[in-house]
Design a protein around this ligand. Sequence first.
Ligand code: ATP
Ligand code: MG
Length: 348
Amino acid sequence: MQETTKHKSRVFSGVQPTGNLHLGNYLGAITKFVALQAEHECLYCVVDLHAITVFQDPEELTRNTREVTAAFIASGIDPDRHIVFNQSQVSGHAELAWIFNCVTRIGWLNRMTQFKEKAGKDRENASSGLYVYPNLMAADILLYHAARVPVGEDQKQHLELARDIAQKFNNDFAETIAREGYPDGFFPLPEPLITGPATRVMSLRDGTRKMSKSEDSDMTRINLSDDQDTIAKKIRKARTDPEPLPSDVKGLASRAEAGNLVGIYAGLAGTTKEDVLREFGGATFSHFKEALAELAAAKLTPIGGEIKRLMSDPVEIDRILAQGAERAHAIADPILAKTKDIMGLIRN
Ligand code: ATP
Ligand code: MG
């Protein structure tokens, strides 16, 4: 079926405007976004409705939305050939999320580890949006019938939930779906694309915690906006162990911090951990960290400079987002309309 081929080729992913983008976002997500442009039709979304599941200062939210957009473009995403927009400008995300609130079972949501981590001890006081966040994420993807979703390892569980939601919708409404002309199901089951040596970049201060925008200490992460000296200082101070680097990947087992730095190097260099250890096996951390700082600065500081340049023209960024939203609408509206037909919701 032609529609199925289209399902397969469309890519969707999002980044939250919750603060400074860091090396984890860059290696785990954005570099993949850039690479997929060659072969696929891509939608890259600044997911502002996800960001507000935790309180955001309005002025900062606006600024961060523009900054993520600038980071996409500075990293090599082409907003003319592909679609770059902010989520809240396409109302279908929220509408389909409501429908999925009614498809997802509470038991499914109760298994989500991100909610447990983000809500922390005071779960009663977390927003209900944070709890149903995975339903909105499923809506983001399925609103475009996107079937490929490049994400970091931390989003794997949410992608599995999105597949369960698509499957349940297809089963629950199988009869009307077939009548509407979709014998193989209406929503495709989206596939996560989680590849390469840096799918889960860890905090520089604690090899058991993921590098995050929302982590309090700036020393835990390298931001795309950091200058060369800041990058060098953070890498020099990164936690390690006293042993030199091993010469093969097996030697990284139970050395989380060492494994993290080797993965970061491989991600930045576009090679593998094996290649990095072939070159640096036996080296001390002081030597390796120096090489890593140099590589990170060479890759990241030009992007940081370009983000700054783009941020000096917010009107142009807003224009790009509006243009992207209009094109996103054109794909989303017929899919949402068909969803309503399938469910028996009257529309004109
Ligand atoms: P927050 O702490 O606000 O959730 P975040 O750093 O997790 O911020 P997101 O906007 O939630 O960033 O995620 C954007 C993309 O970056 C997702 O695809 C996510 O999987 C990926 N990502 C986030 N952190 C990492 C990381 N440490 N390593 C690899 N990929 C990551
Ligand atoms: Mg996150």
